[in-house]
Design a protein around this ligand. Structure first.
Ligand SMILES: Cc1ncc(COP(=O)(O)O)c(C=O)c1O
Length: 345
């Protein structure tokens, strides 16, 4: 079976984890600090705080902005439930926007439709490794939380994703751009927000007894993450090389291929094509031993019982994510291409 996604791990990662294991210091410590520094530098932030997942990062980002009951947070409908859950954790109200049919990113005009006096933030995921229309969104004047879970290393008009929002969040889940098994990070230019998050992620030895969490990342995970971060250019390079092969070989087959505006540098976290025969393609892949997937399991408006969202609905019915990750072999890439080409013919 060709997996839909897989981490890319090597001897260097194994050596880093073994080194930390033998040191005896395996919980949050200096490895976490240096991982935080490296990521903050990469995205042009003043600081970053590592946490246990991307979901925890979203939760603490909302907490740091003091968003709670009665506040509204705008998110796209075509995204995983982690965003919805984080908003529910703080008892705020999610307001869903439709997406842009070409890029799968949140549509700026639909964010505008969602704004009310209660809007306290917009969470903007850069979907599938393609940066969203972030300048136009920040120009709306609402605090933006950039969700870079799928887009570490991508650029918008020459600046890294994660350098535009009041806060930016990252995920290092096993199959993300870089992995620590589970893990996340929040970066910001305002160090007061980062300090607040550092306080919230750790419950121990606090004088005031206020609500805190255990959302810490371990040194074992951070050592792994630091190696992955150093390898990021190579990891992205391989993703782009596979994407080029897919582009060149699938162009003439009448499928809609990924779209990225020319002022952005995508990283191809996912390679999402569109076909009216989605169900058939998923089944044909299963039979052929290739794991194609819906890139979003179920749009959020469906969970909330809301109607509308025509572009999200269209994406739900036509979008298929085909395997793309650095450890995907050339042979597997050819197998996938042949399979799709013969499916379309
Ligand atoms: C856009 C986006 N945000 C947040 C998350 C949540 O990250 P985690 O799985 O680390 O909690 C994901 C995970 O799939 C994601 O794709």
């Amino acid at each position: 079976m060709i997996s839909h996604s897989r981490p890319t791990l090597d001897q260097e990662e194994a050596a880093a984890v073994t080194r930390v294991l033998s040191s005896g210091q395996v919980s949050q410590g200096k490895e976490v600090l240096s991982f935080e520094k490296a990521l903050a530098t990469l995205v042009g932030a003043s600081g970053a705080a590592a946490v246990s997942s991307g979901t925890a990062a979203l939760h603490l980002a909302l907490q740091a902005l003091e968003i709670g009951e009665g506040d509204e947070v705008v998110i796209p409908s075509f995204v995983c439930t982690a965003l919805l859950n984080a908003i529910r954790y703080v008892r705020a109200t999610p307001v869903l926007a439709d997406i842009d049919g070409d890029t799968f990113n949140v549509a700026v005009r639909d964010i505008k439709r969602c704004l009310t006096r209660k809007t306290r933030a917009v969470i903007v995921p850069h979907m599938f490794g393609v940066p969203a229309d972030i300048d136009e969104i920040t120009a709306l004047g609402i605090p933006v939380i950039e969700d870079c879970a799928q887009s570490l290393g991508s650029c918008y008009r020459g600046a890294p994703a994660g350098s535009f929002g009041v806060l930016s969040v990252f995920s290092f889940y096993a199959t993300k751009v870089i992995c620590t098994g589970e893990g996340g990070m929040i970066a910001a230019k305002d160090l007061r927000l980062i300090n607040k998050i550092r306080d919230l992620r750790d419950y121990d030895e606090k004088e005031d007894g206020g609500l805190r969490y255990n959302y810490k990342l371990t040194d074992l995970q951070a050592a792994l993450g630091s190696v992955q971060l150093r390898r990021l250019p190579a990891l992205i390079g391989r993703r782009r090389a596979i994407a080029r092969q897919y582009d060149e070989s699938l162009r003439e087959y009448g499928l809609s291929l990924p779209v990225c505006p020319s002022d952005r540098e995508p990283i191809y976290y996912r390679y999402v094509i569109r076909t009216e025969r989605l169900g058939e393609l998923l089944n044909a892949g299963h039979t052929a031993g290739i794991a194609y997937r819906r890139p979003v399991f179920k749009p959020l408006h469906r969970y909330l019982g809301l109607a509308g969202y025509p572009q999200t609905e269209k994406a739900f019915h036509t979008a298929v994510s085909i395997p793309i990750y650095p450890s995907l072999s050339d042979v597997d890439v050819r197998t996938i291409l042949h399979h799709i080409q013969s499916f379309v013919k």
